[in-house]
Design a protein around this ligand. Structure first.
Ligand SMILES: [Ca+2]
Ligand SMILES: [Ca+2]
Ligand SMILES: [Ca+2]
Length: 237
């Protein structure tokens, strides 16, 4: 987008003629691209309520719905969430895809920035997988550790299930299980990630993941790994 202030000013002349000389630029040209402010997470506990803070689940709900949720800023189209250092443990069991409990469901375009994989830990608490990226969502995650996800019986993707477009950068994905923790449930695959969409891992380590089928990553979509490792994967069969 070209902004009016980037163009030669009328008093300095414009050899090809300034179309706005002597007049005002059209308002449409003065408009700058709207950039939604990042949604800042302020609480480590897992909740979706109105107690005056902004949990990670509340921040994702604000981004998903483009509304204010508790004290989280309202999302607005493609959003960014900042997650400071801390351990964020999921604690609201039950399975649904509306981000109200269980895993963190992402339905829209979203960037999640942690403070670094050593300091921002997203812990599934063994109640469900950690992130569930829905069809049509375009998501970028960086600077996180994702651990202790457990997708439950016959559910794929212990740490992440991706049906959208997901890029994970500079993160650690460690100790997640497809199925119940250490029970190797039948039909569960992709201990760390089950990908049916478009997955890119950059500078990311995937390790110590268990599943009946595909301890590390099961990919039925497309996947690119750049400077990333997959290690210590265990299969029950
Ligand atoms: Ca809250
Ligand atoms: Ca949004
Ligand atoms: Ca889900």
């Amino acid at each position: 987008m070209v902004r009016v202030e980037d163009l030669p000013s009328p008093q300095h002349g414009n050899p090809r003629g300034n179309p706005w000389r002597g007049g005002s630029a059209p308002d449409v040209c003065r408009a700058k691209a709207a950039h939604a402010a990042a949604i800042a997470v302020t609480a480590t506990n897992d909740e979706l309520n109105t107690d005056g803070d902004c949990s990670l689940r509340e921040a994702i709900q604000a981004a998903n719905t483009d509304t204010g949720v508790d004290s989280c800023l309202s999302g607005n189209g493609a959003d960014t969430i900042m997650v400071p250092a801390g351990t964020y443990t999921l604690s609201l069991p039950s399975l649904e895809d509306s981000n109200t409990s269980g895993d963190l469901d992402i339905v829209g375009d979203l960037t999640i920035h942690g403070a670094g994989a050593a300091s921002t830990i997203i812990d599934g608490g063994d109640i469900d997988r950690v992130f569930d990226v829905q069809i049509g969502a375009n998501v970028a995650i960086s600077g996180l550790t994702i651990t202790n996800g457990s997708s439950g019986p016959a559910n794929d993707g212990g740490g992440i299930r991706n049906a959208g477009t997901l890029t994970v950068n500079s993160s650690v994905i460690d100790r997640n299980w497809a199925g119940n923790n250490d029970s190797y449930e039948s039909g569960a695959s992709g201990g760390e990630i089950f990908n049916s969409g478009v997955l890119t891992l950059i500078d990311t380590a995937v390790s110590d993941n268990d599943a009946l089928d595909g301890g590390g990553i099961v990919n039925t979509g497309s996947m690119v790994l750049t400077r990333s490792t997959i290690s210590d994967c265990w299969l029950s069969a």
